[in-house]
Design a protein around this ligand. Structure first.
Ligand code: GLU
Length: 451
């Protein structure tokens, strides 16, 4: 992908970065899109170059890499690789999830960590950007094996994190169960109960609405986009991909708002249920996901639905689309199908599910597009609220947290919308979110000097 990086300073940083990290395609895509969209603002701020803000922004403050030894149920030893990318702490402690998945390595974690800097800035809360994880694959592993892995992972990670230093949470492959095991191990080693992880259980410092937050926040954000388009969810048909936490709660919220979700998916394919995935059917999907069963089981129970092996749902006719599975779900040919099928809005529940070429195609064809760093920021926003509650030693009610989440998503939307109007094109949420998120971090970095 050729990025239209019009500012000379941005271009110089990009040329150096793309030569240095030529093997990190996901990271380069995340950085390229940011350098492209902030170019008009950098034009007006020569002070950025004088303090090397961009060179510093694209280089993590610190990367920790370590081995994670563990034994399986037969006593056979295994070794995985563990990482924490502490990308930027200008506006708050490093904050971002841990991903346990075979694709985890420096490319994926640097892209996720870089996105997290601007995402966390957009939430309006004081959180820096970080990401971590391991190439460990929990599929086919027993509970005991996953617990021993989590404990071993934390036995090294604990010395690098802390409630005021770096606060990890979950991501793909890391849910409440894994967070709890890692929290237990951290507490055991340090002999201190602190809010060092978010996404904890409700009985030990977790926040209400945290499990729902990414999916609900995505749909609150989409509601704001639809209001600008003069419409809403009532009677509208939606494509959702994924079947995990984000996809589940996005579907629940769409149902509550009178919309109809007709697809969900996993890496084996997608299901199409023209009658809509209602609350009862969604409960079944949640059960399948919890037991790590394949989505094709759905059509055995609901025989009117169809399963398409190895395919993605983007060729189905609908009004709105919500990619909620993982990165690289929508390529340019998928974007063409979405446009041809009359999709009016695409909002990312996952991190970078849409390739840069596909974003350009959607935007050029009048589809309103929201990038994940704005639309899926509800998860980390409620993580930030969990940190506040832990510091206060208080728990807020479900209604309080939900109202704060909705308010934050509305602010993110309005800030991105207004910024796009001022510096780019009306309705260009990619530019609006990147510029707004960047400016806060850049101001903080300049104020703190060359560090
Ligand atoms: N993994 C989530 C994200 O991509 C949440 C991170 C967090 O809560 O710290 O934003």
């Amino acid at each position: 992908m050729e990025y239209k990086i019009t500012n000379a300073y941005c271009k110089r940083v990009w040329d150096d970065l793309s030569a240095r990290y030529a093997d990190q395609g996901h990271f380069l895509q995340a950085a390229g899109l940011v350098l492209q969209t902030i170019s008009p603002v950098v034009d007006k701020m020569p002070e950025l170059e004088k303090t090397a803000v961009l060179e510093r922004l694209v280089e993590p403050e610190r990367i920790i890499m370590f081995r994670v030894p563990w034994t399986d149920d037969k006593g056979v030893p295994h070794v995985n690789r563990g990482y924490r990318v502490q990308f930027n702490s200008a506006i708050g402690p490093y904050k971002g999830g841990l991903r346990f998945s075979p694709e985890v390595g420096l490319d994926v974690l640097k892209f996720l960590g870089f996105e997290q800097i601007l995402k966390n800035s957009l939430t309006t809360l004081p959180m820096g950007g970080g990401k971590g994880g391991s190439d460990f694959d929990a599929h086919g592993k027993s509970e005991g094996e996953v617990m021993r892995f989590c404990q071993s992972f934390m036995t090294e990670l604990y010395r690098h994190i802390g409630a005021d230093t770096d606060v990890p949470a979950g991501d793909k492959g890391v849910g409440g169960r894994e967070v709890a095991w890692m929290f237990g191990q951290y507490k055991r080693i340090t002999n201190a109960w602190t809010g060092v992880l978010t996404g904890k259980g409700l009985d030990f410092g977790g926040s209400l609405i945290r499990p729902e937050a990414t999916g609900y926040g995505l749909i609150y954000f989409a509601e704001c986009m639809l209001a600008k388009m003069g419409t809403d969810f009532k009677g509208k048909t939606c494509l959702v991909s994924g079947k995990g936490n984000v996809a589940q709660y996005a579907t629940e919220k769409i149902n509550q708002l009178g919309g109809k979700v007709i697809t969900m998916s996993d890496s084996s394919g997608y299901i199409l249920d023209e009658d809509g995935i209602d609350a009862e059917k969604l409960a079944y999907i949640t059960e399948l996901a919890a037991s790590k069963a394949r989505i094709s089981e759905y059509v055995k129970k609901y025989s009117k639905a169809k399963f398409f092996a190895g395919e993605k749902p983007w060729g189905v006719k609908a009004d709105y689309a919500f990619p909620c599975a993982t990165q690289d779900e929508i390529y340019e040919e998928d974007a063409k199908k979405l446009v041809a099928n009359g999709i009016k809005l695409v909002a990312e529940g996952a991190n970078m599910p849409t390739r840069a070429e596909a974003i350009a195609y959607l935007q050029a064809n009048g589809v309103r597009f929201a990038p994940g760093k704005a639309a899926n920021a509800g998860g980390v926003a409620v993580s930030g609220l969990e940190m506040s509650q832990n510091s206060e030693r208080l728990s807020w009610t479900r209604e309080e947290v939900d109202a704060k989440l909705k308010n934050i998503m509305t602010q993110i939307h309005d800030n991105a919308w207004n910024t796009a109007k001022e510096f780019a094109t009306e309705g260009d949420y990619v530019s609006g979110a990147n510029i707004y998120g960047f400016l806060k971090v850049a101001r903080a970095m300049m104020a703190q000097g060359l560090c």
